[in-house]
Each structure stands twice: as structure tokens, then as C-alpha cells.
Design a protein around this ligand. Structure first.
Ligand code: DI6
Ligand code: FE
Length: 406
């Protein structure tokens, strides 16, 4: 069989769903053609293969390329000043109620043009890519008016012209109520459902729609209107749910067959069961938990009991999670939430792909999928989770193309 490139002499963590645990293959081999995997498995079981380039991995570990399935990577300004206020004892919610928080970033984002948004996002993206990320989800939500929301989404898509990365965009329609709405959530939601969402869908700028269901943001009634509009326009939904209180966000997301419900610190057993039944992925965001010094942990045991799939993401945003490391995110997931090593690794690969509705194309090392890989200078998968602030990436492979080894 002809192919473009072969990686041999590697330990594979394929994450294939039909294999136990991480799907580890010793003495493994991966062959790629036209950007896709055509064989992945034991050397001994490989068909005859013929490639112009054969790479000896010298026993290194290969995982699927990492996927960050929840970020707000594109925004203007920063919120280091609020970080200092929080150190003085002011809470994240107090800052938001006083007109800071998300609205501070909205002002800075509105003041930036598309090029400036791209330029500001690139160093954050590069930090993620340096750790083997090959796909990233990016939300809007810091414009809150049509032209700026579109600008953010276009900037997110433009990142694909600058770097070899797959970007999934999400229209975060209900993030915060803009000041000019004068406190009228209903009128704002009417503008979203009747004007903004249809225009963004028409322009093909969003792969999904998201909202922030919380006392400091939008009620379940508002989110229900948003999700109904998304359904009319055939866009899948996701939800920031149950982060600071239990408004029943998980159950609401499940009712609409959401791709994911994210945060979930205050989700109860019923919410967990609803997610499992709907096949909605629980996206856990330990960076936000850590930065807001939350005490209530998401109900991991209830998720395990109900069979809810769990993903892990950075939530990279300027306020509650200025985090640009998926390796550290795995460590936080293990240490703060008690996730196991296989749960952490599945959370940034297979389950993250599922949370984006892209499991057919990415997230595991299986024939037919894009050849997006991370090659690591480690022997055991646990080494990717237990360290803090250490990056053992050897090479990042995107669409079958090698990037320079370090
Ligand atoms: N994701 C969000 O959208 C908000 N919280 C979270 O975890 C906050 C974003 C922000 O503070 O800018
Ligand atoms: Fe978020």
C-alpha cells in the first residue's frame, strides 16, 4: 500500500473507543496518506506499506493531537487589574455586577479591529500548539453586537490561515447583557434570535451556539429562547451551565440535545443522568474552578455512575481562566477533581472531539481520521498528567505533516 509517511517504533495511545483504557499499542506504527491515517496499530499486524519517508520514533509515546474544546481565545485587552482586585478580596461575581468582568473585555474587544484580534490571539494559540494541540474551539461573546461578534468569529477562523490548526467557532450569543440593552434581557434576546443569530448562520461563521446560564448572566427562560432559535437555524448548542449555582442548566442543555454542557460544579444527580441520556458531554474546566477559588467540585462520581462522557478544556478567557496549557489543565483535572489518567487523556482527545461533534474526524488514532498526532518524550501516559509547567512534546503532526521537533 502506498502512503506518504510512516511513524514506526512508537507506543501508541490510540484512545480508540473499542479498546480498553487508553488503547495502548506497543511496537506501534502509523501510516498516513493525503493527511489521513490509513493504518494505526501493531507493526506485526500492518499490511505491506511503501512510503518515501519513514520516521523512527525511538520508542516515544504518540497520542492523538490534543483538542481544546472550550476557549474564548479571541478578545481585546486583558484583566490583570481585576486579578489584583480579586487578590484584595473582591469576588468574580462582585466585579461582574459592578460593570467589570465580561463587560470590561467587551469594551476592549469592540475597540479592536480584526487584525488586532488575530495578533492578540496568536501568542495564546502558539502556547497551546507548543503542547501538541491540533484542534481548538473558539467562542465569540465579547462583542454583543452583530458586527463585533462577526469580527471575533472571522478572527477565530483567520487563525487557520496563520497556523496549522483546526478551529471550530461558537457564537456565544448570551454571554452578558450589553450596557446599551439597559437591563432588558428579553429585548436583547429578541435581537439575538431574530437578527444576530440568523445573520451569523447565514454568513456561515459559527459551528455552534452557546450561552451562559447563571444568575449574573442569563436565565433558563432566556436560554430556552436562544436554543429554540438555534434549532430553527440547524445549529447545535452548548451551554455554560451550573458554574456558580444550580439553575438546572445541565438538564436544559440535555433537553436540547446539546453537544456539551460546560463547568457543572453545581450540577446534581438528576442533571448528570440527563446529560448521560442525551449523550451531552460534560466539559470540565478546572482552570476556572481554580482561578475563582471555587470550593464545590463537579459531581464526578455521578458522571461516572451515569456514564456521562467527560471532556477537559482550558476555558482560556481573560477573566475566570487565563490558562493556555492543556497539560496543566489535565494536572488540575486530576488533582482538583480526582480524574484518573485515562479520564484526563480521553478528556483532551476523544471526549473533546465528541464535545465538538467531530468524533468521526478527529480525537483518536484510527484509520480514516485526520492524521493529527502529538509525539511525546515520555514512556508512560501518566507523565503527561503529573508534571506541572513541563512540556515534553517532541513533535506535533497536523494533517500528516510533521512540524519541527524540539
Ligand atoms: N466562561 C465564561 O464565559 C465566563 N466564565 C467562564 O468560565 C467568563 C468569561 C470572562 O470572565 O471573561
Ligand atoms: Fe467559558
Amino acid at each position: 500500500m502506498r502512503c506518504d509517511r510512516i511513524w514506526r517504533n512508537a507506543t501508541l495511545a490510540t484512545l480508540a473507543p473499542d479498546q480498553a483504557g487508553l488503547g495502548v499499542v506497543e511496537f506501534g506504527l502509523i501510516a498516513a496518506r493525503d493527511g489521513r491515517i490509513i493504518y494505526a496499530g501493531p507493526l506485526a499486524a500492518a499490511p505491506p506499506l511503501d512510503a518515501p519517508e519513514i520516521i523512527d520514533c525511538e520508542g516515544r509515546l504518540i497520542t492523538p493531537g490534543l483538542i481544546d474544546c472550550h476557549t474564548h481565545l479571541v478578545y481585546g485587552g486583558d484583566r490583570a487589574d481585576e486579578f489584583e482586585q480579586r487578590l484584595e478580596g473582591v469576588s468574580y461575581q462582585e466585579i461582574a455586577r459592578a460593570g467589570g468582568g465580561i463587560l470590561a473585555t467587551v469594551a476592549a474587544t469592540r475597540a479592536a479591529d480584526e487584525q488586532q484580534l488575530v495578533a492578540a490571539a496568536l501568542p495564546r494559540l502558539d502556547a497551546l500548539l507548543a503542547e501538541g494541540v491540533t484542534t481548538i474551539e473558539i467562542k465569540s461573546g465579547y462583542g454583543l453586537v452583530l458586527d463585533v461578534e462577526m469580527r471575533q468569529l472571522r478572527a477565530a477562523r483567520a487563525l487557520m490561515q496563520h497556523r496549522s490548526v483546526r478551529v471550530a467557532t461558537t457564537y456565544l450569543a448570551a454571554h452578558a447583557l450589553p450596557i446599551e440593552a439597559g437591563g432588558d434581557h428579553d429585548a436583547y434576546m429578541t435581537a439575538v434570535c431574530e437578527t444576530m443569530l440568523p445573520a451569523i448562520q447565514q454568513a456561515g461563521l459559527a459551528d455552534a451556539v452557546d450561552g451562559f446560564c447563571e444568575a449574573i448572566a442569563f436565565s433558563t427562560a432566556s436560554i430556552t429562547r436562544l436554543f429554540a432559535a438555534a434549532r430553527r437555524h440547524r445549529l447545535p448548542v452548548k451551554l455554560h451551565a451550573d458554574q456558580f449555582s444550580n439553575l438546572g442548566g445541565a438538564a436544559l442543555a440535555a433537553r436540547f440535545g446539546a453537544l456539551s454542557a460546560d463547568h457543572l460544579e453545581y450540577t446534581d444527580d438528576d442533571g448528570a443522568r440527563a446529560l448521560a441520556q442525551a449523550g451531552t458531554v460534560a466539559v470540565l474546566l478546572p482552570g476556572a474552578f481554580y482561578c475563582t477559588r471555587e470550593r464545590q467540585r463537579p459531581p464526578i462520581d455521578a458522571f461516572r455512575r451515569s456514564g456521562t462522557k467527560m471532556a477537559l478544556a482550558t476555558d482560556c478567557n481573560p477573566g475566570s481562566s487565563p490558562l493556555t496549557s492543556l497539560l496543566l489543565t489535565m494536572n488540575l483535572g486530576a488533582t482538583l477533581f480526582g480524574l484518573t489518567v485515562p479520564e484526563c487523556l480521553a478528556g483532551v482527545t476523544r471526549e473533546a472531539a465528541r464535545a465538538l461533534g467531530k468524533l468521526d474526524a478527529i480525537g483518536t488514532i484510527e484509520a480514516g481520521k485526520y492524521c493529527d498526532l502529538a509525539i511525546w518524550n515520555v514512556q508512560r501516559p501518566a507523565e503527561l498528567v503529573y508534571r506541572m509547567g513541563f512540556n515534553p512534546l517532541h513533535a506535533r503532526i497536523w494533517g500528516g505533516q510533521c512540524e519541527t521537533s524540539r
